[in-house]
Design a protein around this ligand. Sequence first.
Ligand code: GDP
Length: 456
Amino acid sequence: MRLLDTIVAPATPPGEGGIGIVRVSGPSATDLLAVVFRGKTHPADMVSHHLYLGHLLNRDHQRVDEVLAVLMRAPRSYTGEDVVEVHCHGGVQILRSVLDLFLEAGARIADPGEFTLRAFLNGRLDLAQAEAVIEVIRARSERASRVALDQLEGQLSRQIYRFSDQIKEALALVEAHIDFPDDEVGTLDLGELAAPIRELARDMSVLANSFDVGRALREGISILILGRPNVGKSSLMNAILGESRAIVTEFAGTTRDTLEEQLVLAGFPVRLVDAAGVRDTDDPIEREGVQRAKDKAAAADLVLLVVDGSAPLTEEDALALQLCQSEKTLLVINKSDQAQICDLGKLAAFTRQVAISAKYGPGLTALRSAIVDHLCRDAALSGGEGVVITERRHRDALLRAITALEAFQRTSAASEHLEFLAMDLREALAALGQVTGETTPDEILEQIFSRFCVGK
Ligand code: GDP
């Protein structure tokens, strides 16, 4: 990886804005600024982390823009190298011209994520922290951004280092007995060695399991509203959203296509989907809709199965019921404001039920809390405490480390050769090292940083 050259990229998104920022990082950042910047202070004399007003000039000494420039000297910068940021006017053409100035002066356009990659390579961030940068940027709820920020500030890494330290301690003990078998180190009590490792594996699996929450925070949760035409799905969607965005109609089967809305519930980003009215029909468009509803029910994290409490169950209701797995379905009995004649006995398979009136409001609060209960069915989900992992890669690394520690338990119980014990522990360490980046292969690093945007 090339760290000798100096890279440049816009740090703000393309488009118009109050200001646009161009970022430069590398050993010649100050020299490049000196080529393009004219102000009262020469870049070589700039105090680190101070803003200076001036102009950017092109080769013909024409003004390109009036700007504020800041120099952040190594190693106290995002990348750990000399970094220059130029705050110019936020226009597409201006940003392009400013970028061109630095390119002409000798900078190279940065690859996606290259600033963060450099921060990682220079030891400013470990890999888990670097990955958190993109999570902070992409977070879609306050809770998701809090988890990402914790990771950026090193909470996950510290936890991983704590695990590694304990394993290293055990490894040192085993190695001492390998190196000096008959010496004054005494005999190794394998039972005593194995007990804390067992506990460690348990702690590690708690962390690995937090991925369920992490995934939900990162990718969001999809909730599907399902039911035959006219039971009140659109009305329910509107009621949950608190405003009329879905189309409500008196005629059955007009909500043909699926409608999607985004909202935040209990800190989780949620995608609320109103499926096509499920009805048995020969109409190809409707059939297509039913098929899609089937697929969506299978993919959804939670299905709100809506029935009309004021009408007997129909064949179409039965069809909708068939599409749902009871463990991730919440039965919503709508139109509670009317006389209830629906045969609830047939719905007993769905243990979680809420009666509501989507049109008039009663039951909606209970429904919201039933949804939240479902989302937070694990204790870990509801608590804001504890480190949460959001990357599948981290979970897989933890699982590999746990497998190695389980092998260690078996090896120690069988009192096998100490060298085998040491191998298991080293394997666990290597797996953990992949989370923080000490043992992560280059191609994985490349893959991780290529997900970043340019300029980050
Ligand atoms: P969808 O086809 O399942 O999306 O159903 P809609 O939301 O379009 O509602 C169908 C009809 O039922 C409309 O006339 C709604 O006003 C009515 N409706 C929906 N919810 C309720 C309710 O809670 N009580 C009553 N009385 N009518 C409702």
